[in-house]
Design a protein around this ligand. Structure first.
Ligand code: NDP
Length: 278
């Protein structure tokens, strides 16, 4: 990679960021398109100071990850209406508007979930059951509503679950009681299935068979217990790498205005996860 006076800088801000697969994914995409761009991980404690740094250093765009997705919003000049509704920004782009330079916030997490689902099933008119009530469940819920799906929420902690269901305007069910409502799509947006719960599924093994498409947003391991149950039952199984991939694809396209090299980005993620599992 050649770095010179014309290199444009992108990155990711979060804490921690050392585990992030985004630098490998975006740098491979820039290289594949011959773009003179670099993407750097920035471990950030003080969000306000980091945002001043973005402005001062004329950084073209950053991904935003845990724990800063909500906190960055107070430091932006503009926020996309969907990101505003979700209440979280995972992408920042430096833009020119009428001669002024603005830092604009977007959310591509919801696109990350919606795009791989749309490849398998028509979302308009489908019913999706979302497991979990955290930040990802929130983005996915708003994304599915945006795409015209009906949603139902099942989660562990009643207060958190009911609050999110009220924001999404949907029904809430307690996950522990084992009753999972019917639908065509089942999405795990809890952390059950990743270490230290890598041998567990959020639902009993007979449940996936009741759905046409099962998506797990946990991506390590690439085939979780839930997805293995889904595959055995003949469902279409979508793993968490697809969400990671497509939120990155949407970021790349937002920043560059070019179609992202999706296959190259997917290969980078697959290799990173496979090496991580060895
Ligand atoms: P949050 O911490 O915001 O939410 C976690 C959710 O998981 C909560 O609803 C929590 O339940 C639930 N949960 C945790 N442990 C259990 C358990 N033992 N039983 C039942 N429910 C449980 O996390 P995020 O929403 O940010 O992330 C969730 C998962 O998604 C993580 O594993 C993360 O790695 C993965 N992820 C994947 C992405 C991708 O691109 N593929 C992107 C972002 C995240 P409660 O209702 O009690 O709070």
């Amino acid at each position: 990679m050649k770095i010179d006076g014309k290199t444009r800088t992108y990155g990711i801000i979060g804490n921690p960021v050392s585990h992030s697969l985004s630098p490998a994914m975006h740098n491979a995409a820039f290289a594949a398109l011959g773009k003179n761009c670099i993407y750097i991980p920035f471990c950030v404690e003080d969000v306000g100071a980091a945002m001043q740094g973005l402005r001062g250093l004329k950084i073209k765009g950053v991904s935003v990850t845990i724990p800063h997705k909500e906190a960055v919003m107070a430091h932006l000049d503009r926020i996309d209406p969907v990101a505003e509704r979700i209440g979280a920004v995972n992408t920042i782009k430096r833009e020119q508007h009428h001669g002024s330079t603005l830092l604009c916030g977007y959310n591509t997490d919801w696109l990350g979930a919606v795009r791989p689902l749309q490849e398998q099933i028509q979302l308009k008119g489908s019913r999706a059951v979302i497991l979990g009530a955290g930040g990802s469940a929130r983005a996915i819920g708003f994304g599915l509503l945006e795409a015209g799906a009906e949603i139902l929420l099942c989660s562990r902690t009643a207060s958190r679950g009911r609050n999110l269901a009220a924001d999404l305007g949907c029904e809430w069910f307690p996950l522990a009681e084992g009753f999972i409502p019917e639908g065509q799509i089942l999405i795990n947006a809890t952390s059950v299935g990743m270490a230290p719960l890598q041998d567990k599924s959020p639902v009993p093994e007979n449940i996936p068979a009741k759905f046409k498409v099962v998506m797990d947003i946990v991506y390590v391991p690439a085939t979780t217990r839930l997805l293995a149950d889904a595959q055995r039952s003949g469902c279409i199984a979508i793993n968490g790498l697809e969400m990671l991939l497509y939120q990155g694809v949407a970021q790349f396209e937002l920043w560059t205005g070019l179609p992202a090299p999706v296959e190259i980005m997917r290969q980078v993620l697959l290799e990173a996860v496979t090496i991580g599992e060895e």
